[in-house]
Write a protein that binds this ligand. Structure first.
Ligand SMILES: NC(=O)c1ccc[n+]([C@@H]2O[C@H](COP(=O)([O-])OP(=O)(O)OC[C@H]3O[C@@H](n4cnc5c(N)ncnc54)[C@H](O)[C@@H]3O)[C@@H](O)[C@H]2O)c1
Length: 334
C-alpha cells in the first residue's frame, strides 16, 4: 500500500514510515520541517510543505494516484507553548487539518488515520481508561485534538471521509536501528529528563508531585515503545476498512497503549536497573496542570486491529539510552 504520512519528519512519523517500509508499504512524506529534522526524511519520497497547501496536496495525489490512506500526524505538540500561543495551535492543528481533510476528500482520498492523545482523558478512580471514559482535556494542545476528533466524526458522518482516530499514550524509545528518535534539544518528557540526568546534562531528575492518589504518590502513565506504536499504524492501515465495517461506523476511536500503568517512581527504578547506575533524584510539588495520569484499556485495539504491544518498558528505556548515544551522529547535536 502507499500511505501519505503528514508530519513524517517527526519523531513518531519517521518511525512509522520505517515500520510501513518494513511491512512492504510505501510512505509518502508531507512535512513543513517546522520542527522535524531533514535527517529523518532522507531516502524517502518527501514533499516539503504545509498540510493546508491545497495545490501541493493536489500535486502529491497527481504524482501518487495510488495512495490508499493518509496518516495525519503533523501538528504542534508542545503543551506549555500551547498555553502561551493558543492561536497558533488552533490555526495549525485545527484550521489547517480541516483544509487537509476537505482537500483529501475532494481528491478522492478519504481514508484518514488521525493521531490523537491520551491527554484528553479525565482522571478516573483506577486510572484505567477506555475509549468511552470521560474526557477533560487540560491544555489548548489537548483541546485541539478533541476538536479534531469531533470534526472527523462529523465529517465522516456527512461525507465520504472515513476515520480511525488513534489515542496515543506515552511514546518512548527509538526505532530498532536507531535511525530516528527524540530530537528535541531538551526533551520535556520524563524519560528524556531521566536520560539527561543520567548523562550529567542536568544535576538530578526531579519527580514533580509525590502526593497523588496513586500506589506510591507519583503520577502514572502508560509508556509505549514508539516501535510498538508504529506497528499499530501498520495494522490500522492494513485493516482500515475491515475495522470500520466491524464497528459499523464511518469513524472510530482506538486507544494505543500497553495496558500497563507505570508510576514515576517505578519508571525511575526500571531506568536505574537498565542503566546499571543510580541516577540522582529530587522531589518537588506538582507543576501547574500536571495530571495524575492514566493507562489504556486496550481491548478495542486487540479486537478491531488484532494488535497489542509487545515490547517492555525495559526495552523502551534501553532503546532511549541507545538513541541518546547515537543521536549526535544523526542530528549533529547532543
Ligand atoms: N509525542 C507524544 O508524546 C504524543 C502523544 C500523543 C499524541 N501525539 C501526536 O502524534 C503526532 C506526532 O507527534 P510527534 O511526537 O512525532 O511530533 P513531532 O513534532 O516530532 O512531529 C510533528 C511533525 O509535523 C510537522 N508539522 C507540524 N505542522 C505542520 C504543518 N502545518 N504542515 C506540515 N508539517 C507540519 C513538524 O515539522 C514535525 O515534523 C502529533 O499529532 C502529536 O499530537 C504525540
Amino acid at each position: 500500500m502507499k500511505v501519505l504520512v503528514t508530519g513524517g519528519a517527526g519523531y513518531i512519523g519517521s518511525t512509522t514510515a520505517k515500520a510501513l517500509e518494513e511491512a512492504g508499504h510505501t510512505p509518502v512524506i508531507l512535512d513543513s520541517l517546522m520542527s522535524g529534522p531533514r535527517a529523518f526524511v532522507r531516502d524517502r519520497i518527501f514533499y516539503e510543505g504545509d498540510i493546508a497547501d491545497r495545490h501541493l496536496l493536489a500535486r502529491v495525489v497527481d504524482e501518487h494516484p495510488d495512495l490508499d490512506c493518509t496518516i495525519h500526524m503533523a501538528a504542534r505538540i508542545v503543551v506549555p507553548e500551547s498555553v502561551e500561543q493558543p492561536y497558533e495551535y488552533y490555526r495549525d492543528n485545527v484550521a489547517k487539518s480541516l483544509e487537509l481533510f476537505d482537500e483529501l476528500v475532494a481528491l478522492g482520498k478519504p481514508r484518514i488515520l488521525f493521531s490523537s492523545s491520551a491527554s484528553l482523558y479525565a482522571t478516573v478512580e483506577d486510572f484505567e481508561v477506555d475509549e468511552t471514559s470521560p474526557l477533560d482535556p487540560s491544555s489548548p494542545y489537548a483541546r485541539t485534538k478533541q476538536v479534531m476528533e469531533m470534526a472527523l466524526t462529523d465529517m465522516a458522518a456527512a461525507t465520504d471521509l472515513r476515520a480511525i482516530i488513534l489515542r496515543y499514550f506515552n511514546p518512548v524509545g527509538s526505532d530498532p536501528d536507531l535511525e530516528s528518535g527524540v530530537y528535541a534539544r531538551e526533551p520535556s518528557h520524563v524519560l528524556g529528563q531521566l536520560v539527561m540526568a543520567a548523562q550529567g546534562q542536568r544535576d538530578s531528575f526531579t519527580i514533580t508531585g509525590t502526593e497523588h492518589p496513586t500506589r506510591d504518590g507519583t503520577g502514572i502513565r502508560d509508556y509505549i515503545h514508539v516501535w510498538d506504536l508504529a506497528q499499530s499504524h501498520v495494522v490500522a492501515v492494513e485493516r482500515f476498512d475491515e475495522a470500520l465495517r466491524e464497528v459499523n461506523e464511518p469513524s472510530t476511536i482506538i486507544n494505543v497503549g500497553t495496558g500497563q500503568g507505570v508510576t514515576v517512581r517505578e519508571l525511575v527504578e526500571a531506568f536505574q536497573k537498565v542503566y546499571g547506575e543510580p541516577v540522582p533524584v529530587t522531589e518537588a510539588p506538582p507543576r501547574p496542570g500536571d495530571a495524575v495520569g492514566a493507562f489504556a484499556n486496550v481491548d478495542k485495539a486487540r479486537e478491531l486491529l488484532g494488535w497489542t504491544s509487545s515490547l517492555s518498558i525495559e526495552q523502551a528505556i534501553a532503546s532511549a539510552l541507545a538513541w541518546a548515544e547515537k543521536r549526535k551522529q544523526v542530528l549533529g547535536y547532543l
